[in-house]
Write a protein that binds this ligand. Sequence first.
Ligand code: PLP
Length: 430
Amino acid sequence: MKFYSLNHKAPNISFQKAVVNGIAPDRGLYFPEIITPLPANFYQNIEDYSNQEIAHELIKQFVGDEIPETDLKKIIEETLSFDFPLIEIEKDVFSLELFHGPTMAFKDVGARFMARCLSYFNKNKTNELTVLVATSGDTGGAVASGFLGVKGVQVVILYPSGKVSTVQEKQLTTLGKNIKALEVTGTFDDCQDMVKTAFLDKEITDKMQLTSANSINVARWLPQMFYFAFAYKQLKNKEKNIIFSIPSGNYGNICAGMMTKQLGLPIAHFVAATNANRVVPNYMETGNYEPMKSIQTISNAMDVGDPSNFIRIQKIYKNSFKVLKKDLSSYSFTDYETREAMLKIHNESNYIADPHGAVGYLGLKKYLNNRSNIQGIFLETAHPVKFLDIVEPVINKTIEFPPQIMQVIDKKKVALSIDNYEQLKEFLLK
Ligand SMILES: *Cc1c(COP(=O)(O)O)cnc(C)c1O
């Protein structure tokens, strides 16, 4: 399979190259040249397939022959070593729990898949590759865990000092080995700017092969398609219309859902639910896409002012606002509404949602209002323990640490503090 740059000023390249490069030389995002739907009977018989088989069917056309079938199946097997339960919390309202992986956020699947692809591509080479990534919280942990011990890959994670949760900080600063954490005096945007500058710095790129590990990378983005099919498999009633509400920040996850619809999964509608960062809700209202500076909220993984994957969504919908509008609604919610939703879900359904899942729930309920014959699924993208400081006071209850968190919470943090780009550069070049 070939991938092309959505800026159309770079050569078309293989899956392998797209994974290694991350972003095209013209700064465009890679997109597959062809998308071929799977046969209808695959979806009709989906309950007969294991999660690993479903994943393989969905992704194989994008990998092509660049990873042989047996190796690709092994990568998938290792990536998906945990469950994705679908829980009905109200009649026709389901939570798809994507937090049962090692770092308890949905980003585990993409990070684990990408790490194993890179490791496969690097298996006969001695070339070191450096994954450089900025995180507002969850990406760092998922990438650190996914890439831990992967041969030939060094990982450098930048995170904003004091702006990630305690659990998140432990997850990205305690693993050691090939994982290095840099604690940046500044905001997530500052971290992101430094990473972008490094990618364009010839003194660095002449010396080392850099790649990114955010949802810009096709190997992190595409495996997110699996979730939507796993949810469909678990639905008992497949006759009623199915809609998904996705708490969205960089819009990678929802865009993967739209890809599964392109592949034939019967999804009637998507809801992009978000916090005060309402670029996309505004766009769906007015047709004008106006990026803004990010606003800090309690659902901080969605504090994004210019979602990088939105351009892929526009591509899927042929750059037509009219066509997109048929499939997508988008709503924004305040922190106050998010806390109210967490409390309501806890009181009425005896279920604990994290702030991102609660935003997803709100989006779903808003869409379902006054509509009938629909069942809705919201993605629960992180375990509430990752946002303990926010969730506990709202529900007035202590959340116990699951084993994955117990493993890191008492470990010693190791991070190098940096204040500016020069220090990052010095660190990378030494
Ligand atoms: C990253 C993240 C999101 C946003 O996902 P996108 O693919 O960037 O839209 C939502 N919730 C949680 C918990 C996350 O970590």
